[in-house]
Design a protein around this ligand. Sequence first.
Ligand code: DAK
Length: 256
Amino acid sequence: MYVDLQKDDGVALLTISRPEALNAMNVQLLEELNEAISRVERDNDVRVLVITGAGKAFVAGADIAHMGGFTPEQAKEWSELGQGILARLENVKKPVIAAVNGYALGGGTELAMACDIRVASDRAIFGQPEVKLGMIAGFGGTQRLPRLVGPGKAKEMLFTGDHYDAAAALAMGLVNEVVPAEELVGYCLDMAKKIASNGTEAVRLSKQAVNGGLDLPLKEALRLETALYSLVFSTHEPREGCSAFLEKREPKWTSS
Ligand code: DAK
């Protein structure tokens, strides 16, 4: 097993562990990741997912040994498998936080970018070194990276294949926060618990509004926001949230 999933207090912690290859992704690891996303999706007790890596790597990319002998057709299947799983992660109806503990190269940076929020340890290293291997980023890197950091910085990363430390990643907007390595997982779990204490539907629809709106012109995106704002009023959450505020008590987000 390369993927471990633990849950506590509304938060699931997914740890990728394949120490012999610095957590590089092969087909089995991707399939386990896919299965873990399904479990998180189905489990009503889980409100937020945190993803991290064991050891000195978050994920050191796709498995280089696996990719070397691809035919163009196999490369297409591999890319579709990886892209499909990362798209599922991006759109899973619960927030996902990447706790980037170490090397996040190639597919590792791409995995982190498919999460909603990225927190890096001060030992994290990012990069898209695919060109050094004679290939291009295939798990969404050429598309998510320019959306996050702008086309100039994205092209620099994709063309040079250089490594970027956590401070550089923070400066370019690739990560939200940098924290000391020993505090990383605790910091992310606390952030996850804070999110989990808010209205479940409100958080879910906030994610849907941001993700959906990014693909739309502003006018249409604002219409999407109105539609989702209206939708949240079909749940008990706005009434409970407002009553709790006025009654000076904690809200209870049990389902309506
Ligand atoms: N794949 C397989 N094994 C890996 C690996 C990887 N990505 N990264 C590291 N390992 C293995 C090493 O081979 C080594 O194995 P042994 O020699 O012990 O058997 C072990 O992990 C420890 O690594 P090192 O000895 O190299 O450790 P160091 O601390 O010295 O260096 C490093 C750490 C992360 C700087 C170095 O390992 C490194 O540069 N690794 C490669 C990183 C990389 O290039 N990652 C990007 C992979 S390419 C596509 C779909 C997807 C993709 C592209 C196209 N399409 C279908 C279009 C995605 C591509 C990628 O992600």
